[in-house]
Write a protein that binds this ligand. Structure first.
Ligand SMILES: C[S@@+](CC[C@H](N)C(=O)[O-])C[C@H]1O[C@@H](n2cnc3c(N)ncnc32)[C@H](O)[C@@H]1O
Length: 348
């Protein structure tokens, strides 16, 4: 069986040659006249991938026997099996391509124990569906960011799952400018609606990837060195960014408890807080520095609303709601609603 997993330099991509070809992949079969081209592409790709694995191991300090690895968008798991064969403690791959059988096959053949988790990165929710990435020492993202409409969210998420290091390889602009290219939507014919339909050649610049890693707490950044390959080395290495970065701090991103809504320093009338979005309303109320609002005057009382609470304050009594505990204001009547306070005033 010949296997070509993932990115290939030429027109052959994701090609698996089975002795008895399942119908659904018959059109991906390598034809006899392609075989030589396939083999040389596969060799070139294998040398690049093995170079990635060596780079990861050497950057970490060659001792990987205590380390757990996870790769999101692992496909058939070439990197994970390679790391296990080099002594990694554990390896888990996640992908929405269902590769459990492929993992079983390679585990049997190689005597490894790589785990596969079915998972879809949801670019609308900015989080995985079905299975989350377990917390591990090292997360890998290889040729995946280019398929996602929200690559910075995804990379930040992976960083939040990595205790020690993140390796990322992705199509990219070789510039420190903070720019992003999107390619054509549905370039890889996914079934997602706009604007999630970008699925090929989404390209964050090198600067943007580095910024994302730094903001995520990864400060010790190393770029992978190009090696000669059969295909055009300049083009290939120049249109990708390949980085390993090491954790230097516990940065607060949205995935590790950082703020997801603004702290708004001014007061907003309660009517403007949409109750049909309870979570948002709750958040606003929680951060609110409420101001009292004089709403009405009834029978010698000022009817005042403060956030969610209602008060009737006897006219002439000094009441500073910012400074005083309302309970200490003489003659004050308190209620949950305007009607409740009005009724109590009427009865008083
Ligand atoms: C170009 S392949 C790279 C595979 C592997 N990392 C490699 O370099 O050989 C991209 C992989 O990402 C997976 N993928 C793309 N978008 C995904 C998503 N939204 N959720 C889960 N997996 C996704 C695909 O199924 C595919 O296996």
């Amino acid at each position: 069986m010949a296997l070509l997993a993932g990115t290939s330099p030429g027109r052959r991509k994701g090609v698996v040659k089975w002795p008895l070809l399942p119908d659904e992949i018959a059109d991906l079969a390598v034809q006899p006249d392609d075989l030589q081209a396939f083999r040389s592409s596969n060799d070139a790709l294998r040398s690049v991938y093995d170079h990635f694995v060596s780079f990861i191991c050497e950057s970490i300090g060659s001792e990987i026997s205590a380390l757990e690895f996870a790769e999101f968008g692992c496909n058939s798991g070439y990197f994970l099996f390679s790391l296990l064969r080099r002594g990694a403690l554990s390896a888990v791959g996640l992908d929405f391509t269902y590769n459990q059988l492929v993992f079983d096959f390679f585990n049997r053949k190689l005597g490894t124990q790589a785990n596969f988790l079915f998972s879809e990165w949801d670019s609308f929710a900015h989080q995985p569906n079905h299975n989350a990435v377990p917390e591990v020492d090292v997360c890998l993202s290889i040729a995946v960011l280019c398929h996602l409409a929200d690559p910075l969210h995804h990379l930040t998420y992976l960083c939040s799952r990595a205790r020690r290091a993140v390796f990322v390889w992705t199509p990219s602009f070789p510039t420190d400018d903070l720019i992003m290219g999107f390619g054509q939507p549905a370039g890889f014919s996914n079934s997602l609606a706009w604007p999630l339909s970008f699925d090929n050649l989404v390209k964050p610049s090198r600067g943007l990837i580095e910024l994302c890693l730094k903001e995520s707490g990864f400060g010790d950044i190393h770029h992978i060195n190009p090696i000669p390959t059969e295909f055009d080395a300049i083009d290939f290495w120049n249109v990708h960014t390949g980085i390993i970065a090491f954790r230097t701090s516990n940065a607060r991103t949205v995935y590790s408890g950082g703020a997801t809504t603004r702290v708004i320093p001014w007061d907003v009338p309660i009517e403007l807080l949409a109750e049909e979005i309870p979570a948002a309303a709750q958040r606003v109320k929680r951060v609110w520095r409420s101001q009292p609002h004089l709403v009405d005057t009834i029978g010698g009382y000022n009817i005042v609303r403060l956030g969610n609470e209602w008060y009737a304050v006897p006219q002439g009594v000094p009441a500073d709601f910012e400074r005083d505990d309302p309970a200490s204001i003489p003659g004050l009547i308190q209620g949950m609603t305007r009607d409740e306070v009005t009724q109590m005033v009427t009865r008083a």
